[in-house]
Design a protein around this ligand. Structure first.
Ligand code: SF4
Ligand code: SF4
Length: 56
C-alpha cells in the first residue's frame, strides 16, 4: 500500500525533501514515489500543498 502522487502535483518538491526514506523523485510531469521504498508514513501527504499524494 505505497503512496502514489496523482496529476494534481505542481512539482514543488516539498514531499521529496520530507520523505524519510528517499522514496520520492522528480518525474517528467510530476513527482513519483518508488513503491518498493515507501514505508507508508504519510509525511508526503501532510507536506503537500495540493493533496497529490494518496494511498493506493
Ligand atoms: Fe516517503 Fe512516507 Fe510518502 Fe512513502 S508515505 S513516499 S515513505 S513520505
Ligand atoms: Fe507534488 Fe505535492 Fe510533492 Fe509538491 S509536495 S512535488 S505538489 S506531490
Amino acid at each position: 500500500m505505497a503512496y502514489v502522487i496523482n496529476d494534481t502535483c505542481i512539482s514543488c518538491g516539498a514531499c521529496e525533501a520530507g520523505c524519510p526514506v528517499g522514496a520520492i523523485s522528480q518525474g517528467d510531469d510530476r513527482y513519483v514515489v518508488d513503491a518498493g521504498t515507501c514505508i507508508d508514513c504519510g509525511a508526503c501527504a501532510s507536506n503537500c500543498p495540493v493533496g497529490a499524494p494518496v494511498q493506493e
